[in-house]
Write a protein that binds this ligand. Structure first.
Ligand SMILES: [Zn+2]
Length: 615
């Protein structure tokens, strides 16, 4: 058995990146590549390229890119090893267990935490299943009263924490995990004075919170005993751990993601019970933001699968506030947002229980544009009787108006607001500009490249050097690294040259192996080069190469001449011509002669110059 890397390479050979990415992104043929809308940043025209021949992807907008494993890492928010495992499973290959050769401490810790959460999840679920066999157990009465059936319990892996102080701790100990690790996973606590450990959750109904692959990473726990003291919070959650950051995951997402992608829309609800109830009634695209207002992470997760969100939140003050903040986040990701307000203070859970799926669907069908909803909310809250009230209405709406990126939508919203406030759109526009700060996440910000683009002939040369084996040595002999102006081309041309001179192979695979940090500027540049549509490199004549060489050399000499001139000027600012000048002019003359020879030696090649490939 080889190493994990060997396994991954073998697997990669059997996969086609176009198939894998095609499962997430709609791809269309574009020349030798495939093209689609980038799933990692928001865009309207595709700049996301997938190369079948080179088995890489690259986005010209946000510079994300890499191989098939890196794509799965990014899109599923998982680590490299898990991406390998996921693709192996999908491909029907069992991944053997590999001992990591290097001491990879942090990965071992994470693995430990995943295991502890999984064991805890199973344990809680087993306790619940057992308790439910007793029709007099308070949890049985509670769940019957809430109409939660076995299917829901199994699907969402609900559980029960018993009233004992160390039940889970003992169970984990028995399974070979020390209390410190259990505490790091967040499921047990250490007594600050005694130093002893005890279970975090007791006498509570347990909702496992899973990552996007369905692995439990945290727990939400709700009281269920009718006589629980009022001093006890209704819900408690796992703390933040190595595996779990608040606001990172959406509750139910791993069960909802396919449905969300299929429908192009997600239903956003508030609570665990709302999600479970919605799924129970066939609304399988429902997710919840887990006790916080929607976060940018969660919005980005959704945006990869859909562009429409329907809020079904409580109509109370807290629900409205959470929705308002959620809208601000969603608008940054260019979502179409609508809002459903259920009648009589119902939440999705209670509404579905009382009226059923058909009525809930009608509510969804008659959802309102989010802006209308908030405009009405503001008007009901402040009125329009006084100037003061009108200003308050506008201030209430300002945060969401600031986030509306679509000019047509913004115009429509402002027109409507101006009308009800009895003012002009221009006045509102002025107020809006006053209060707005430059958007940090505008799509343009992504595009700002750190290094200016390389000249086309330099890009072509590097690609030629990597892809055309026959031309590698003629190129090395003829073209000096110093002639290249672009720092990354120069660096990689030198690396290629050194490899070839050392008798090593040179191909894109070798390049990717040398350039391991897939997010580095070098990697971004090289991927862009690999997928760029340019003149064919598999057929080029020696004359054409000579042509490229001469052009590069000439440009290099011209730069040198410029430097010489600069030097003369700074050395002799007051002497337009003098003794020392002669020497330099002589040198310039010599260079010019060289240049003439270089340019007259080359005849333009029809292949290269026909298409202006190298201008
Ligand atoms: Zn992108």
């Amino acid at each position: 058995m080889g190493t994990l890397v060997d396994f991954a390479n073998e697997l990669k050979g059997r996969l086609d990146i176009v198939d894998v990415i095609g499962g997430y992104v709609q791809l269309k043929r574009a020349g030798t590549n495939w093209k689609g809308l980038c799933p990692f940043h928001r865009e309207k025209t595709p700049s996301f390229m997938v190369s079948q021949t080179k088995q890489i992807f690259h986005c010209f907008g946000c510079h994300a890119g890499g191989d098939v494993f890196h794509f799965v890492e990014l899109i599923e928010h998982i680590e490299w090893k898990d991406a390998v495992r996921l693709l192996a499973e999908r491909h029907g290959v069992r991944m053997p267990e590999f001992r990591s050769g290097r001491a990879d401490h942090s990965k071992d810790i994470r693995k430990n935490l995943y295991e502890i959460n999984e064991i805890a999840c199973n344990y809680f679920n087993k306790i619940l299943t057992k308790a439910l066999q007793d029709s007099n157990h308070p949890i049985t009465r509670y769940l019957t009263q809430r109409y939660l059936d076995h299917d829901c319990i199994a699907k969402f892996r609900l559980g029960l924490a018993s009233d004992e102080w160390t039940a889970l701790l003992d169970h984990l100990r028995h399974a070979g995990y020390d209390p410190e690790s259990a505490a790091a996973a967040g499921v047990v606590l250490r007594h600050p004075e005694k130093g002893s450990f005890y279970d975090r959750f007791r006498s509570r109904l347990i909702f496992p919170i899973c990552d996007n692959l369905g692995r439990p990473v945290a727990f939400g726990a709700r009281v269920y005993l009718p006589d629980t003291g009022a001093d006890q919070p209704k819900y408690i959650n796992s703390p933040e751990t190595e595996l779990y950051k608040k606001g990172q995951y959406l509750y139910g997402f791993h069960l909802a993601k396919e449905s969300i992608a299929r429908q192009g829309a997600a239903i956003l609800v508030e609570g665990y019970f709302d999600v479970i109830r919605a799924h129970q009634h066939g609304f399988t695209n429902a997710v919840a933001s887990c006790g916080t207002a929607l976060t940018p992470d969660q919005a980005a997760t959704l945006r990869r699968l859909c562009d429409k969100v329907i809020f079904v939140y409580d109509g109370d003050e807290a629900g409205q506030k959470a929705m308002l903040r959620g809208c601000e986040v969603l608008l940054e990701h260019d979502f179409v947002i609508s809002v459903v307000v259920l009648p009589d203070n119902h939440d999705p859970d209670s509404y579905l229980l009382e009226f059923g799926a058909e009525h809930f669907q009608k509510q969804l069908d008659s959802s309102r544009d989010f802006y209308d909803f908030f405009l009405d909310t503001a008007l009901a809250k402040f009125g329009v009787q006084s100037v003061q009230a009108k200003v308050q209405v506008f201030n209430f709406l300002r945060p969401i108006l600031c986030k509306v990126s679509n000019a047509i939508a913004l115009h429509a919203y402002l027109a409507r607001t101006a009308q009800v406030l009895g003012t002009t759109e221009a006045a509102l526009q002025r107020e809006l500009i006053k209060g707005s700060r430059p958007a940090a996440t505008s799509p343009v910000a992504f595009v700002a490249a750190q290094t200016p683009p390389a000249p086309k002939q330099e890009r072509y040369l590097l690609r030629l050097c990597i892809e055309n084996e026959d031309m590698q040595f003629p190129i090395l002999e003829r073209i000096q690294p110093d002639w290249l102006t672009h720092p990354i081309v120069k660096k990689w041309y030198t690396i290629c040259r050194d490899r070839l001179l050392d008798g090593l192979s040179l191909s894109w695979d070798d390049i990717w192996e040398l350039c391991t940090d897939q997010t580095s500027e070098d990697a971004q540049f090289l991927r862009a080069l690999a997928v760029e549509e340019m003149e064919p490199v598999d057929f080029i004549t020696p004359e054409a190469l000579e042509n490229v060489a001469a052009r590069l050399q000439r440009a290099a000499i011209l730069r040198e001449l410029e430097q010489l001139k600069e030097m003369c000027r700074s050395l002799y600012p007051n002497e337009p011509d003098g003794g020392e000048w002669e020497k330099y002019i002589g040198e310039i003359g010599a260079k010019l002669n060289q240049l003439k020879r270089a340019t007259s030696a080359c005849r333009p090649s029809p292949l290269i110059w026909r298409n202006n490939a190298l201008k």
